[in-house]
Design a protein around this ligand. Structure first.
Ligand code: C2E
Ligand code: MG
Ligand code: MG
Length: 403
């Protein structure tokens, strides 16, 4: 088979296989059909152009594709179907696939797996099943897609917040938290917002999401003493929201009514494109004038980092978790990267927070290079507001134990 083809109907889960080798694609399609997917295959550029972004639930993407390559296809998919679930395949070595996986994650795709060929049939089957977790049947038995679920949940205010502790490294105490949004839709509560917020943004509905998040955050902090007591709670903003010059007053009226502005931090991700620089700068400056704290989120993973750090009035620099995980170049490399980021933050008089600290060795490294605060699974996963006091106490008790 040399052109795109469709293999037999499944139970509503749609898979697109992009592989220039028809034999490999056929093999993958056979496995997928055992798992009740209906399959489209794209072997050529013309197939890709026609099929990419046409509503599949999952895309298997070969990175080496003759005339084009997987990264170019990802760029196309990002404009047409942001956040779609991906399985990456390659005949190239492990380092290439792990770099491609990072690109995919940073571009907002939900990466279900990344594989060097030849494929392991059982393991691939397990991945196909895992990918379905983001697709459920509704009351009428119809399959619902993540994008539809997210948009209707946002419209109906069916979202809630989990809170992840931030620990001050001088006192070793929990002094803050980050609010992380989740869908309040059965079967979708555990899906990372990284997988569905891009749909909401692409549909021009990020402001609705923000309003729902603000209402939840204000209510949670009024109702839960452990959150009310924190020095600061941070909220994630989409840079798309920064176009609205009235936003600072609006946020002050919702959040500032619950707790004073200087006990809230607004996080902005630097990797997202900021449409209009003047408006964004105006809005961010007014947040500071109203008393809010501002953090640059995910430092080190985007573009024009230095320019934005110089221009925008941040108080805090959040270093992305990719910086703390020792990669194949080893600990000395990780330490050097982290130290550079921390030095920069200190030079600009920013509080430096490292995200994604998962282990004691990572904490030791972060301590060594002089970060101010950490956030990560080592302290706690994000939890509902009613559990926040307990996880904070658990952390404090662990700190009190002799080493
Ligand atoms: P973020 O703001 O950088 O949030 C940190 C993410 O890292 C969270 O993922 C958190 O659960 C995860 N994380 C924390 N500690 C660890 C760790 O030790 N290891 C690992 N592997 N991961 C860790 P989550 O909750 O899935 O959120 C993903 C992203 O979605 C957030 O990244 C943020 O950019 C966005 N997001 C979350 N909540 C909101 C929101 O209310 N509005 C908007 N617009 N975006 C949001
Ligand atoms: Mg954040
Ligand atoms: Mg972050």
């Amino acid at each position: 088979m040399t052109s795109a083809s469709t293999a037999s109907p499944g139970d509503g889960h749609r898979l697109l296989i992009i592989d220039d080798d028809p034999m490999v694609a056929e093999l993958l399609a056979d496995i997928a059909m055992l798992h009740n997917f209906s399959v489209d295959m794209a072997h050529t550029n013309a197939d890709i152009e026609r099929l990419a972004g046409s509503g599949h639930d999952l895309v298997v993407l070969d990175l080496t594709l003759g005339d084009t390559d997987g990264l170019q296809v990802m760029r196309l998919m990002r404009t047409r179907q942001p956040g779609v679930a991906l399985i990456l395949l390659t005949g190239a070595d492990r380092t290439v696939i792990s770099s491609a996986q990072r690109v995919a994650e940073l571009s907002g795709f939900r990466v279900i797996g990344a594989w060097s060929k030849p494929v392991d049939i059982d393991a691939l089957g397990a991945l196909f099943e895992a990918s379905k977790q983001a697709v459920v049947k509704d009351d009428t038995g119809a399959i619902r897609r993540l994008s539809d679920v997210a948009l209707s949940a946002v419209r109906d205010g069916q979202v809630h917040l989990l809170y992840q502790p931030k620990v001050d490294l001088t006192t070793r105490r929990v002094t803050g938290a980050e609010a992380l949004v989740r869908l309040s839709v059965p079967g979708f509560e555990h899906v990372s917002p990284g997988a569905w917020v891009p749909f909401v943004e692409a549909a021009g509905r990020s402001r609705e999401l923000l309003d729902a998040v603000l209402r939840c955050a204000a209510r949670d902090r009024r109702e839960h003493a452990a959150l009310a007591a924190l020095a600061e709670v941070s909220i994630n903003l989409s840079v798309l929201d920064l176009d609205d010059l009235e936003l600072p007053d609006h946020i002050r009226s919702v959040l500032g009514d619950a707790v004073a502005p200087d006990r809230w931090t607004l996080e902005v991700t630097e990797s997202a494109e900021t449409g209009r620089l003047a408006e964004a700068l105006d809005v961010l400056t007014r947040f500071r004038l109203l008393g809010f704290r501002l953090a640059m989120d995910d430092f080190g993973t985007g573009t024009s980092t230095f320019e934005r750090l110089r221009i925008y009035p941040f108080n805090e620099l959040k270093i992305n978790r990719l910086f703390v995980h020792t990669d194949r170049r080893g600990i000395a490399h990780t330490r050097a990267m982290l130290r550079t980021a921390v030095d920069l933050g200190e030079a600009l008089e920013l509080k430096v927070v490292v995200e994604g600290v998962e282990s004691s060795p990572e904490l030791a490294l972060v301590d060594e290079v002089g970060c101010d605060a950490i956030q990560g699974y080592l302290v706690s996963r994000p939890v509902p507001p009613e559990q926040f006091g307990e996880v904070s106490d658990q952390w404090d008790r662990r700190q009190a134990l002799p080493a």
